[in-house]
Write a protein that binds this ligand. Sequence first.
Ligand SMILES: [Zn+2]
Ligand SMILES: [Zn+2]
Length: 343
Amino acid sequence: MRALRLHKPYEFHIHDEPIPQPQPGWAQIQIKSVGVCASDVHWYKDGRIGNTVMSDPIILGHEASGVITALGEGVDSLKVGDRVAIEPAKPCMRCEFCLSGHPNVCPGAPFFGTPPTDGCFCDYIVWPAELAIKIPDSVSFDAAAMIEPLAVGDYAVELSQIVPGDTVAIFGAGAIGLSTLQAAKLAGASKIIISDPIQARREMALKIGATEAIEPSEVRNAVNATTSARGIDIAFECSGSEEAVCECCEIARILGKVMILGIPDGDTYPFAASASRRKQLSAIFVRRSNLNTERCIEYVAEGKMDVKPYASHHFTLEQTKEAMELAITRGDGLIRAIIAVNE
Ligand SMILES: [Zn+2]
Ligand SMILES: [Zn+2]
């Protein structure tokens, strides 16, 4: 099978590797669509995320969908031919965090495309069957691949303990920001101000329910106008911009909340210390998604959320480098680049 490995920053090679075979309890999945996440782009250009550094050539890609092609012994929840969305993390389900309902922070849980765990830019993977989640026929493979970023935004909104009527500001209208927007809307947010420097993303945000979609530099004025200078109830940082974290602290109301989802280039954040302290803000750093994938599949199947428009650009596995370059420049109105590994 084809396996695309990142050998060092900016350098992919396609390898011919044996098709992996499922052990008992596992499934073999032929990969269909894989989204190019900002985290994949960090690996591609920097060879690291924060203090985690790649050493051996690695297969990236974790926002994936596929078809079951073989099953290990003892799997009766799936059958060959089932179409699935894939949970990219494999928590231990035994540690104190897993047992207390937070498998998303299981220390050292393997995660696709994060050293040393290979990801989905390849023809086949094997993975525990319970982490391959059946999708209805009405959900496309592209949409199924976008369930992962949708679940991240949905989880952040859940963690924020939003209540109907809350006002929300979101920095970044990529797949995570748009997912946060949809989840906030479903949760009853009264006003949602979203910002992004890219016009196509702002237009998309308006289409799927933003009250206002503006340039990042206009957020402070917009929040003041919308809230009569009271400040926003919940600010979500989904852009990876370090300054946006600072802005979130500035625009949040007294006793407001700042939710941080973006992955910054560097490994430190500047933030507005006095504004945050005087307002007694709560900040929560959000890690991935948590036990909400099935709920998100239902939202999409029922038409309550729409992830189809995220898949704005398509590439073959061999064109992944081009997809990465486009993701770096965020050119051409890109929302998510999709690698169509198998049609
Ligand atoms: Zn991702
Ligand atoms: Zn665990």
